[in-house]
Design a protein around this ligand. Structure first.
Ligand SMILES: [Zn+2]
Ligand SMILES: [Zn+2]
Length: 419
């Protein structure tokens, strides 16, 4: 039995769904076939042509109760194949029991674990009281605009009457699992400097390069001040503003590289910024306009991605972890019951599609059952040990059983009232 469970996981991992040209149809066909094999209702929905979202349903005995959404994304980030010990789409199982693949942690594991947990529950003749949905969604890694964002705003979603969403978390090197109630908001910022071009030998003020470098120095100091808060233990990773330079673009190209004796008239740098839910977005935006890219230094800035940090009333978007949210305690208990331990609730340091559900006022919990595992999402040699994967299935079995059996209304736990 173990080998067929693992081979289904490997089959999913082998489908190359890497951005920027994921094989979505192949993944959708595979997922629909899994749904059929489990006698689930299935739909492949194209909210955007060529980007199918697979929706599976196990109807509850009381379909009037709010449903449970087991959410995952099907796309993965690109990888540098030559730098991996095993090809990222080979899903190689090595002699230690580790399965190597892009997506083994982020987050094809979770998508398949939901399915395997349902397979077990069906075999045990479990009947859910609440309806269960599984959504396998495209484009999370590029912002979720043609995936979760449209889905959460769709009529189909409205009709699902979702009460709670489970989505991805992170691996944990320790023996407890990590669990997330909120996330930082991604701002992908490009700053651009202009200046007069000139001879490479000339010293003059206000070149594009000089202007850009001043900004980089200022941003670097800010970065260090935030990082120090983490290094000294005052704040957790998810509770500071992170800013990392992700590209530099300048210079005058030549067939052999770049022209060496010409100072360019334009220079750009890109930054991945992440704001905790409690940060003040206006003050950061002021800092950007006044210090990081001031027009007085011939600088401008734009955003490739700018997620909101708070709802319309100015409250941070988060899922409650206190007893007012029955789903939180239910998850903790269910994990414990299955022999797992859960750490303190955290702010997810990166971004997930959960933000689109939390924005709708729904509770969304970030959780990927991977303990004793190095955090390798988006890294070379992403892997997951087969035993952790198998244990995760039991954990979900316990969670799904508890969630699908909750008999009172249970729509609580969101950060605000329904829209
Ligand atoms: Zn992910
Ligand atoms: Zn990712």
């Amino acid at each position: 039995e173990e080998s067929s469970v693992l081979s289904r996981f490997q089959q999913y991992l082998k489908i190359n769904t890497a951005q920027p040209s994921p094989r979505y149809q192949e993944a959708a066909d595979f997922l629909v076939s899994q749904g059929k094999a489990l006698s689930l209702e299935f739909q492949s929905i194209e909210l955007v042509a060529g980007k199918p979202l697979v929706l599976l349903k196990w109807e509850g005995t009381n379909p009037n109760l709010p449903s449970i959404l087991l959410y995952s994304h099907t796309d993965v980030v690109p990888s540098e194949h030559s730098k991996w010990a095993h090809h990222p789409f080979s899903a190689h199982l090595d002699s230690n029991g580790n399965i190597y693949a892009r997506g083994s942690q982020d987050m094809k594991c979770v998508g398949m674990q939901y399915l395997e947990a349902i397979r077990r529950l069906k075999a045990e003749r479990f009947r859910p009281l609440r309806s269960l949905y599984l959504a396998f969604s495209p484009d999370e890694e590029i912002g979720g605009h043609d995936g979760a964002e449209k889905f959460a705003r769709s009529e189909i979603f409205q009709g699902m009457n979702v009460g709670v969403v489970l989505d991805e978390g992170l691996a944990s090197p320790e023996d407890h699992y990590r669990v997330f109630y909120a996330e930082r908001s991604p701002w992908w910022m490009v700053i651009k400097a202009v200046g007069s071009p000139g001879h490479g030998s000339k010293l003059y003020d206000n070149s594009a390069m000089e202007n850009l470098l001043k900004s980089i120095e200022i941003i670097t100091r800010f970065r260090a001040s935030q990082f120090d808060l983490v290094k000294t233990g005052f704040k957790a990773e998810g509770d500071v503003v992170s800013v990392n330079m992700v590209f530099l673009k300048a210079g005058t190209p030549s067939p052999t590289g770049f022209v060496m004796n010409l100072q360019p008239s334009e220079a750009e740098a890109g930054f991945d910024i992440r704001l905790p839910p409690t940060a003040d977005p206006e003050s950061l935006e002021r800092r950007i306009a006044e210090e990081w890219a001031p027009s007085s230094r011939n600088m401008s800035f734009s955003f490739k991605q700018k997620a909101r940090t708070c709802d319309k009333s100015g409250k941070p978007i988060l899922t409650k972890t206190d007893p007012s949210n029955p789903w939180w305690a239910l998850l903790e208990n269910a994990v414990q019951k299955a022999g797992g331990k859960i750490g303190k609730p955290e702010v997810f340091p990166a971004a997930t599609d959960s933000r689109y559900f939390r924005e709708r006022g729904l509770p969304a919990i970030g959780f990927s059952p991977m303990a004793n595992t190095p955090v390798l999402l988006h890294d070379h040699n992403e892997f997951l040990h087969k035993d952790e994967y198998l244990k995760g299935i039991k954990i979900y079995e316990s969670i799904i059983e508890a969630y699908a059996s909750l008999d009172h209304q249970g729509r609580d736990g969101g950060s605000r009232d329904e829209l």
